[in-house]
Ligand binder design. Structure first.
Ligand code: MIC
Ligand code: SF4
Length: 755
């Protein structure tokens, strides 16, 4: 379980020199993000100032974390890289594959049964290659990382978009696809385009019903789901210092929802308290020695406009509690306006479920604040109108919360305590009041609320709020309930109000746990055997993708023109499909089934140009593949928003799609496409999206000259024989073009290792 204090000290030892050198070459004071980035350059000390949003830079992250749903594909790839051990401390966390249904004990047992093949695979690969393994029930990856591994000033990557949660402890922590993690596990540098920097100045202090969650709900409203793309968000100011470390984690966590590369906060006393409470006094002491490098320079925070590309200011004293949703996490509505807005939009007012937990909001403080509301309901004889579900973030939190009577409070309200795992947040929810396709509303403290995400029902309106607000709304059973204003009627028919929530930042008696759920790998794992059954439906060894023939691509057919929002949940749905995350061919049967076809506004219903018939996307694409016909996927803005799952890139690649052409990409997905040898292009003129018709054929007439910064010409031939010629851009640099040439980045690693 042990974090690597020597590694942390080494990072700190070189930090002073590297930061000083970076300040010199950049020629001005530095933000915290720059300090961390420049002190983690693969080549050591900075020799030049990098241009933001332009230069590709190689980094040397300190840690890697993977979760069960993405680790399968990451490790299947790593197994091909020809290495004996991971080069950088790595952990695997089993949290996504546990369904929430009856409650923790039973659910965990059935997950251990139904997914034993996958858990055993992950455990044995971890054991073999020197990876720390957190077994099912140990907790959600990002909580476990925050409690055990994150450290101020560090840099980590993780195969999950919410890896960014560790920014709450002053890290630069970034979500990546498995193939990126494989590079670092194999001892190679990790590449990222030097990010832009957004500064968020927090003044004032939170009070009453307003929580850290509301900061990011507000920021999401300002920046929208793509406003943070390519940027690191750095929070600073007295307001930042006044918040707890886990509260900062919540804010950084949901930075993923605005597309930010990551978010971070400077080291302060809240982080020191958290490190000490989680038994890492030595890390706190080491951090205290280099404190000045673990936060941005004073001048930067005094004149942020001069150093950040964009600055947002939020006064916490004036910030109001919000609920964001439905269907998108950036639709921010202050609680006080929800009634009106819900009526206007015909959102169902009755709330069926209140769900508390997820990597976003399942800290001890979160549970105490929500419990303080739940307790009032019990004390004031108010019966909860909605059902309640709780997912503690880790076994350590669960154990401590149980010891301190917090879970009992929820149980007194008839809440179901689910496993310490993702559960409903990722569609692993067998909802007891199943709704079919019926319109209904749920509120939760999670981060994402895309259509169908929690329960597979496209008509479930999911709203995101702080845990205490979720508790209050669930108790009232109404979406338009404003606890600062509205009264409730109790069992005695009396009017009562809920008092403001009270939280406890860190357990006064300290954290406790009996079995945290960690299994250390063998020192020498060479004798460990990893088994993948040939007829397994859950796991499949990978077959390398075909290299590029170096020629222009011609005669490609349109597979689908996706209309509107197309997140990774639309491209490769989670929920029941998580089952196949280790089996590329089987999971490919969900390829793009959630994307809306621009021509008929239906999902999973596209025209097969070879037959003129309509069918599901995977079926049609398999036909094209059989006939050897290349295809193109066209998409709108922020294509691939959301998850880091590389399945969203590997599935179309496996099925024979050659090009994804969109108005804009989400960062992780664009990289995933490149890594898997796909051509990821954006329209030079985004209105060209409108030119594309259902029966189009595409010719990429100058692809043979594929080169950095060179536009690609696409001839679009319509059904009536008329043509349009358009230009597409790309962001491939030379090494990335090599990935394309070799068919994937992995093919290239293999070749280099074999040489
Ligand atoms: C998510 O929140 O969407 C997930 C499930 O955690 C994903 C990872 C995955 O798809 O396995 C993420 O955020 O990257
Ligand atoms: Fe798990 Fe949800 Fe967090 Fe993703 S966002 S890691 S599914 S809890």
């Amino acid at each position: 379980m042990a974090y690597d204090i020597d590694m942390i000290k080494k990072v700190y030892d070189q930090m002073a020199d590297r930061v000083t050198k970076a300040r010199e070459v950049v020629g001005k004071p530095l933000t915290l993000a720059e300090k961390i980035l420049y002190s983690h350059l693969w080549d050591g000390e900075a020799t030049k100032a990098y241009e933001r949003a332009k230069d590709y830079v190689e980094f040397s992250p300190d840690r890697i974390a993977c979760q069960d749903a993405t680790a399968q594909m990451a490790l299947l790839q790593f197994m091909q890289a020809g290495k004996k051990k991971v080069a950088v401390p790595t952990t695997v966390h089993c949290d996504h594959l546990i369904q929430a249904k009856m409650g923790a004990a039973i659910d965990l047992q059935s997950a251990n049964k139904s997914s034993s093949e996958v858990f055993d695979f992950l455990e044995s690969v971890s054991n073999k290659y020197g990876i720390g393994f957190w077994k099912p029930g140990a907790g959600i990856i990002h909580q476990v990382v925050l409690e055990n591994y994150a450290f101020p000033g560090g840099m980590m990557i993780g195969t999950d978009s919410h890896t960014v949660n560790a920014g709450g402890l002053g890290m630069v922590a970034i979500g990546v696809g498995g193939a990126d993690a494989v590079d670092v596990m194999a001892g190679m540098p990790w590449e990222l385009k030097f990010p832009k920097l957004i500064g968020v100045k927090l003044t004032g202090k939170l009070s009453g019903w307003t929580a850290p969650k509301d900061v990011i709900l507000k920021v999401a409203g300002i920046l929208t789901v793509k406003g943070g793309t390519g940027a690191i968000i750095e929070y600073f100011g007295e307001g930042a210092r006044s918040m707890s470390c886990t509260g900062k984690g919540t804010i950084c966590n949901m930075g993923a929802e605005v597309g930010a590369t990551t978010s971070t906060f400077g080291y302060d006393e809240s982080m020191e308290r958290y490190l000490k409470a989680t038994n890492r006094e030595d890390v706190a002491e080491a951090a205290n020695v280099v404190k000045e490098h673990l936060t941005g320079d004073d001048e930067v925070y005094a004149n942020p406009e001069q150093y950040f590309d964009e600055v947002i200011e939020i006064n916490l004293s004036e910030l109001k509690p919000h609920l964001n949703g439905p269907f998108t996490p950036d639709l921010a509505t202050p609680i006080s306006e929800m009634g009106e807005k819900a009526k206007e939009n015909d959102w169902p007012i009755n709330v069926d479920w209140g769900l508390i937990g997820s990597c976003t909001n399942s800290s001890y403080e979160d549970l105490t604040r929500a419990a303080s509301i739940a307790k009032q309901a019990v004390d004031k004889k108010i019966k909860s109108k909605s059902d309640f579900g709780i997912n503690p973030g880790s076994e350590q939190i669960r154990y401590t919360a149980e010891r301190d009577g917090l879970l009992q409070i929820f149980e007194d309200l008839d809440a179901t305590v689910f496993t310490n795992a993702c559960g409903p947040c990722i569609g692993q929810w067998d909802r007891s009041d199943r709704k079919g396709e019926e319109k209904n509303t749920i509120v939760h403290s999670f981060n994402r609320n895309f259509s169908k995400r929690a329960d597979g029902n496209p008509n479930t309106h999911a709203f995101v709020g702080s845990p205490e607000m979720v508790a209050a709304i669930a108790i009232s059973g109404r979406l338009d309930f404003d606890p600062t204003r509205d009264k409730l009627i109790n069992e005695d028919g009396e009017e009562v109000m809920l008092d403001e929530p009270q939280g406890i930042e860190l357990p006064t008696k300290g954290f406790a746990v009996e079995d945290a759920g960690y299994i250390a790998p063998k020192e020498d794992g060479s004798s460990v055997e990893v088994k993948v059954a040939e007829d397994s439906e859950r796991l499949q060894l990978l077959t390398p993708f075909e290299p590029w023939d170096g020629k222009n691509l011609t005669g490609a057919k349109l597979l689908i023109k996706a209309w509107g929002k197309c997140t990774t949940d639309h491209i490769s749905m989670a929920g029941p499909w998580l089952r196949y995350r280790g089996h590329l061919d089987n999971i490919s049967n969900n390829c793009l089934i959630g994307a809306v076809n621009a021509y008929n506004k239906k999902t999973n219903f596209v025209k097969n140009q070879l037959t003129g018939e309509y069918d599901g996307v995977p079926a049609v694409q398999r036909e094209y593949k059989k006939e050897g016909v290349p295809t193109v996927v066209v998409g709108d803005h922020n294509y691939g928003e959301g998850s880091s799952r590389e399945h969203a890139a590997m599935e179309p690649r496996h099925l024979g799609v050659k090009v994804v052409l969109v108005k804009s990409f989400a960062r992780i997905h664009e990289t995933n496409l490149k890594k898997q040898g796909m051509l990821a292009l954006t329209f030079v003129n985004e209105n060209d999206y409108d030119l594309i018709q259902e029966d189009d054929t595409f010719n990429f007439v100058d692809l043979a000259e594929f080169a950095p910064d060179k536009e690609i010409t696409i001839e679009i031939v319509h059904a009536d024989g008329s043509k349009d010629t358009i230009k597409a851009e790309h962001t491939y640099n030379l090494p990335q073009i090599e990935w394309y040439k070799h068919g994937s980045a992995l093919n290239l690693i293999k070749k280099e290792n074999a040489a």
